[in-house]
Write a protein that binds this ligand. Structure first.
Ligand code: AHR
Length: 479
């Protein structure tokens, strides 16, 4: 079941720094009431769409494509809002052919607008059974018109890769006016499933430079089940290019790695890219998301960075994970550490996308918890993310639940303290866990306690407690 919550978010929080400001129509929209009132995405955003790419076009529309469980067709959704992708109509752009090299698996499509043409890259293999079905190569289809949802799509051709070998998960991006192509491929002489490569792109299917090998899976978290580096995705922020990639088998061991390059470096020089020694995004049993990976990046209606990825909400898989349909599309805010590095945190789990609440009077103090107590501070990101859920005291009431303790809720106690409690199903819990949210332009967000009139969730003297609902301590910047 998916439902979109609508609430006014407080604009003005320290949104992710962006080195590449959005096109002016979207920049203006980001400050609009429409953006502030955009519905909150609910995870999983789209069920059974793996390898999801969300593309926000400069007309303000969101497009989503991804692998379908049948691996037999290319699909596309369009929505004015990120949350709306959940229920958007899905067009079938192209189906695999009856015979030949594109008659079997269709994997990991990506939509790109290249020189004014809509092009969708994808990986495909022949049908007919046996290992030949994994003779996967990269192809592109092209749209005959300006509307990718209604235009006619036809095969443009096959990507001319450096070797006639297994290749997939291609992406393209422009940096300093140069278009690049990054993809995963098995290279003759290297005993892995796939490595990552980058090159300039001269035309949609033809490289404009020698391919540079960026990374080979060798670390323990890259070679669990299979030796895999695939699904590159690029983000340009804070003077650097961040290229995520996915590693290991597509079960709960699947995870994200990260390569980082300075924005002024030679992107075709492998030594420009530094590999994070540890994965940046992995399975989390507290939030029940398993095998998070094959990501893309987009921005929400307020222009804030969003991580798009797939993940299952259970661990045990019968049979080959590749044929398990439950890699659902998920989205969450992407934050940054003080030095501008992406902080991926943990996969946030099912339900409305969470937020962080920093004290409006002291932004260094966020609403947080230590696993037992509610605290004011700036601990690890996941300890500061709280999900707002519909309340039980009328349409305007809400409840707040920490993503790492999804069966616990914030409770306003008689003594003025705030605690984390499981749903005891008691009348007292049902009253004390209810708040009303007020988002006030220029001041911030307040959560007024329904159980104690005139009191609100607040931070005062470095502590989280009930405060008078009109004092500065009751105001938070929601981000
Ligand atoms: O989902 C099909 C393929 O499996 C994708 O192309 C790849 O990223 C994943 O491992």
């Amino acid at each position: 079941m998916s439902f979109a919550l609508s609430r006014r978010g407080f604009i003005g929080s320290a949104a992710a720094l962006s080195a590449t400001p959005m096109a002016s129509p979207m920049a203006a929209y980001a400050k609009s009431d429409a953006a502030a009132n955009a519905p909150v995405p609910v995870n999983p955003l789209v069920k059974q769409r793996a390898d999801a790419q969300v593309f926000r076009h400069d007309d303000g529309n969101y497009y989503l494509t991804g692998s379908v469980p049948e691996y037999d067709r290319l699909v596309l959704r369009r929505s004015k809002t990120l949350a709306g992708l959940a229920t958007a109509k899905e067009a079938v752009l192209w189906r695999h052919e009856k015979t030949g090299p594109r008659s079997g698996f269709i994997w990991a499509p990506e939509l790109h607008l290249i020189d004014g043409k809509w092009i969708m890259y994808f990986a495909a293999g022949p049908s007919g059974g046996g290992d030949d079905v994994f003779r996967i190569r990269t192809y592109a289809v092209i749209c005959d018109g300006n509307d990718p949802m209604t235009g006619k799509w036809s095969v443009l051709g096959e990507f001319q890769s450096p070797w006639d070998s297994f290749n997939l998960d291609s992406t393209s991006f422009v940096h300093k006016g140069v278009r690049y192509f990054a993809w995963a491929q098995r290279e003759p002489g290297i005993d892995t499933n796939s490595n990552l490569y980058i090159a300039k792109l001269e035309s949609p299917l033809k490289l404009g430079s020698k391919a540079t090998r960026l990374t080979v899976p060798t670390l323990d978290w890259e070679v669990r089940g299979y030796k895999v580096a695939e699904a590159p995705a690029v983000l340009h922020r804070n003077g650097r290019l961040f290229m995520t990639y996915s590693a290991s088998a597509t079960d709960a061991r699947y995870c994200l790695g990260l390569l980082t390059a300075d924005e002024n470096a030679d992107l075709l020089d492998a030594s420009s890219w530094t590999k994070s020694p540890q994965p940046v995004f992995v399975t989390n049993t507290q939030t029940s998301v398993y095998g998070p990976g094959h990501n893309s990046f987009t921005v929400d209606e307020k222009g804030r960075d969003i991580l798009v990825y797939h993940g299952r909400d259970y661990e045990a898989i019968e049979g080959d994970p590749l044929f398990n349909p439950d890699r659902h599309t998920r989205v969450q805010r992407l934050y940054y550490t003080a030095d501008g590095t992406p902080d991926f945190g943990v996969p946030v789990g099912n339900g409305p996308m969470p937020e962080r609440f920093a004290s409006a009077s002291n932004p260094k103090l966020l609403l947080a918890h230590d696993g037992t107590r509610v605290i004011a501070g700036n601990p690890a990101l996941p300890q500061t993310q709280f999900r707002q859920l519909p309340g039980r005291a009328g349409a305007k009431s809400v409840m707040l639940s920490p993503i790492l303790m999804p069966d616990h809720y914030l409770v306003a106690n008689k003594d003025g303290s705030i605690s984390l409690q499981p749903d005891s199903q008691s009348a007292d819990f049902a009253l004390r866990s209810q708040f009303v949210r007020f988002d006030e332009d220029g001041r911030g967000t307040r959560f007024v306690a329904i159980s104690i009139p005139g009191k609100a969730l607040g931070i005062s003297d470095g502590q989280v407690k009930l405060v008078s609902s009109r004092t500065s301590g009751a105001y938070f910047n929601a981000d």
